[in-house]
Structure formats: structure tokens, C-alpha cells
Design a protein around this ligand. Structure first.
Ligand SMILES: Nc1ncnc2c1ncn2[C@@H]1O[C@H](COP(=O)(O)OP(=O)(O)O)[C@@H](O)[C@H]1O
Ligand SMILES: [Mg+2]
Length: 292
């Protein structure tokens, strides 16, 4: 019974009311509204903005699974999409079975018209022409965001580098923000990618949260969900969640959600160390490390 209850991935309306919440505080979706800007997330965003401002080509961000990469990508995507001077495309899963399919995907994402012969060269030409036209004639800024870049094959990394060759005397025509798991650094470590590495204007490694940021992130998410009262999680509970999650935002989020379910079940409005320990012990580990 208890086990089944703890598997629910949302709080019921009754549970939300019990805690004084308007929305789900600890959902696992990469929703940028719930992104707490830790010093690491803040620094990462600053470097991205600087890369774009300087029109410097390429930013590469890496981090372990669950550190907030996809959430940052979504934040940027939302922000850029609402700017009418920008054209933004995002590859959530950049894997494609062939160079043709990869160019096709790029055209699709950026909005380059498809048509003409179904060949790799035709797609490539269409993409390059569209980029040149949008930037040089229409005066748009073009940004491509790539998530899960560890999926890129060597050939695809070269295609991406090819896009960065498009430039005027002052600036690159397309700016790129690439995020991936740590192993992406291995993918670009060989001699073959020296050129690619030289084009990285800025990079950043997202780190897990500190103890203080773990508490701050929990309170931030509760507040975003409409909570107005005193801290729900005691200091000891936060300590426990921090140690058990190693500061990984995805694990913290997951543990907190289960802690809320347990607290409701016990009709307690405060989550102390005891509830936190129970939450950690009853959270199925499957999913904590996964990309969801
Ligand atoms: N800085 C943060 N503040 C609040 N929640 C975060 C933060 N970073 C990550 N999360 C949460 O952790 C989960 C995993 O984030 P995600 O962006 O998918 O990580 P990654 O793409 O690095 O695997 C999501 O539920 C997200 O809301
Ligand atoms: Mg991700």
C-alpha cells in the first residue's frame, strides 16, 4: 500500500492543499521555471551569454546526469524563441542515422526550407544558404542549441564544426550552445577534433549543489509552487538529503517529492530527518541516474 502510494509522481490536490501549495513543487520535468540559480548554474549562464554577445561561435557545457543541463537548454530556448530578432533551433537528441538525416534534422530545427533533391549536398547547401540569408540579409541572430551531445558521432561533430566555419570578418554566422555528459569531452579529445576544440570560445562544467544551495533550491521550488509558510524541511532533513543525493539536483528533487508523500501519509507538515531518511530509503534508485 505504502509502496504504491510513494510511486505517484504527482501530489494530489488534497496533498497540495494540505501543504498550502498551488502547483507541483518537485516534478522531474526540466521546467525552467523551477531552475534555482546556484553559483554554478549562474556562472554557466553568464558564460553562455558572453559567448553569444561576442558572437564568438561555440559554448560547450558538460555535467553529470541530473545536474540541470536540459533545464538550462529549455530556459534559453524559451528566452530566445520570444525574441523576434533571433532564430533558434534545438536538437534534444542529436543522433541521426546518416549525414543526410543529420542535415535534414538541422534544416528542420532551424526552419530552412526543405525541397530540392534528397541528397546530403542539397540539404547542406539549403542549410548554409538559409543561414547566410537570415543573418546577412534579414539581420537575424541564429542560435543552435544541442543537448545530449555525447550522442554525436565523429562525423556529426565535423558537420557541426562546418557550420562554425560560416563567418564574416567580424563574427560567426551561427552561434552554438552544446551540452552533454562528461564523456562528450572524450568524444572531442582526439587529434581529429583539434580544430573543433579550437573553436570552443567558452566552456563550463556544471557541478552539484553545495549543502547551502540544496536547502535554497528546495525552498525556491516550494515558493515557485505557491508555498508561503515557514520552512517545510528542517535543517537536519536538508543535511540528510544533501548527503544522500551528493548534491545532484535530480536526486534532491526526487527525494523531496517522496518526502512530501510520506509526510502527508503521516499527516505531518514538517519534514524532519526521520521523514527524509525514509524518503531516501523508499525512493527507487532507478531513474535517479537516468536521463528523464
Ligand atoms: N538548479 C536547479 N534548480 C532546481 N531544479 C533543478 C536544478 N537543476 C536541475 N534541477 C532539476 O533536476 C532534474 C534534472 O534536471 P535536468 O535538466 O534534466 O538534468 P540533466 O539534463 O543534466 O540530466 C529536473 O527535475 C530539474 O528540474
Ligand atoms: Mg538532460
Amino acid at each position: 500500500m505504502m509502496r504504491k502510494l510513494l510511486r505517484r509522481d504527482t501530489l494530489s490536490n488534497e496533498q497540495l492543499d494540505f501543504f498550502g501549495l498551488e502547483r507541483q513543487p518537485f516534478q522531474l520535468s526540466p521546467n525552467p521555471d523551477f531552475l534555482y540559480l546556484s553559483p554554478s548554474h549562474e556562472e554557466c549562464l553568464q558564460r553562455i551569454r558572453l559567448t553569444l554577445e561576442l558572437r564568438n561561435g561555440l559554448f560547450v557545457g558538460v555535467g553529470d546526469s541530473g545536474t540541470g543541463k536540459t533545464t538550462i537548454c529549455n530556459l534559453l530556448l524559451n528566452e530566445f524563441s520570444s525574441d523576434k530578432d533571433m532564430i533558434v533551433g534545438m536538437l534534444h537528441h542529436p543522433w541521426a542515422p546518416s549525414p543526410y538525416a543529420f542535415y535534414h534534422m538541422l534544416c528542420d530545427e532551424i526552419g530552412a526550407p526543405a525541397g530540392g533533391p534528397k541528397s546530403t549536398i542539397a540539404r547542406r547547401t539549403a542549410l548554409f544558404q538559409f543561414i547566410q540569408n537570415q543573418v546577412l540579409q534579414e539581420n537575424k541572430s541564429l542560435v543552435l542549441i544541442v543537448d545530449e551531445s555525447q550522442q554525436l558521432t565523429p562525423k556529426q561533430i565535423e558537420i557541426v564544426r562546418g557550420l562554425l566555419n560560416l563567418e564574416t570578418a567580424e563574427a560567426k554566422l551561427i552561434q552554438m550552445i552544446i551540452f552533454g555528459q562528461m564523456e562528450f569531452l572524450n568524444s572531442i579529445s582526439g587529434k581529429r577534433f583539434k580544430n573543433f576544440r579550437q573553436r570552443v570560445a567558452m566552456s563550463y562544467v556544471l557541478t552539484p549543489l553545495s549543502l547551502a544551495d540544496t536547502g535554497a533550491m528546495i525552498n525556491f521550488r516550494l515558493k515557485k509552487a505557491g508555498y508561503k509558510g515557514k520552512n517545510i524541511f528542517t535543517k537536519e532533513a536538508v543535511d540528510e538529503l544533501y548527503r544522500s543525493s551528493s548534491g545532484l539536483p535530480r536526486a534532491i528533487t526526487k527525494f523531496c517529492h517522496v518526502a512530501m508523500l510520506i509526510a502527508f501519509f503521516q499527516q505531518e507538515k514538517v519534514i524532519d530527518k526521520d521523514v527524509a531518511v525514509q524518503a531516501v530509503q523508499s525512493t527507487p534508485l532507478k531513474g535517479v541516474d537516468e536521463n528523464e
